[in-house]
Design a protein around this ligand. Sequence first.
Ligand code: ADP
Ligand code: MG
Length: 244
Amino acid sequence: MKKEMIRIENLKKSFGELEVLKEVNLEVHESDVVVLIGASGSGKSTLLRCINFLEIKNGGKIVIEGEEIDPKSHNLNEVRQRVGMVFQHFNLFPHKTVLENVMEAPVLVKKLNKAEAKKEAISLLGKVGLSDKADVYPAKLSGGQKQRVAIARALAMKPDIMLFDEPTSALDPELVGEVLATMKELAQEGMTMVVVTHEMGFAKEVADEVVYMHDGQIWERGKPDELFNNPKEQRTKDFLSSIL
Ligand code: ADP
Ligand code: MG
């Protein structure tokens, strides 16, 4: 049995009167890739943000690598180091070079010495195929390159889990492939990943499980093959035919 990396039990999250997550249950095992799909507003981003404690739940349990995280008593910065996140908009520091962007958090947060951080950043830039862009500023990069820098920056903290929130949906179509290829490599290296995406080709090829969210709940989940070719719920069928 593979190690349980994320366990969510009866997770609830509201914004004022609006119940955005209603008793969500989910487990993610080591090296698994879980793809979250669902209509806009169904709660996908809120679920990722709760797993990373950018939002604080109103009820239920979040267990990360076997440890239940209580936002009141845990150091959330320490938890966030273990759970990296990549957003739709890359949020790179515009006044720092690519290399400095990747080095920033290990030096500031992990207190890594600069020489060591630089060495690791260079190696990560190689991994995402951007060795030649180390000294360039983000404004000079394409969207796909920026997103690959954002992935390298998240990996620089050596997370055990990576969350991706629609990482390719702000990109021009011709740049989507290079980012998905980087994510696929990461998956093949054994990274545990939760990915919100509408790239069904990626989901079919890379996901171990696809989770369909509707109205703040997990409506159906299964292997990509099952969920895409033989969905059990009418709502899943309707959603899939709306996007395919
Ligand atoms: P998705 O990512 O599936 O599109 P979200 O998790 O972003 O869905 O949003 C789910 C619902 O929660 C939406 O109705 C959205 O307007 C609402 N919501 C998300 N974040 C906030 C917030 N910070 N304050 C108020 N409402 C929010
Ligand atoms: Mg979203």
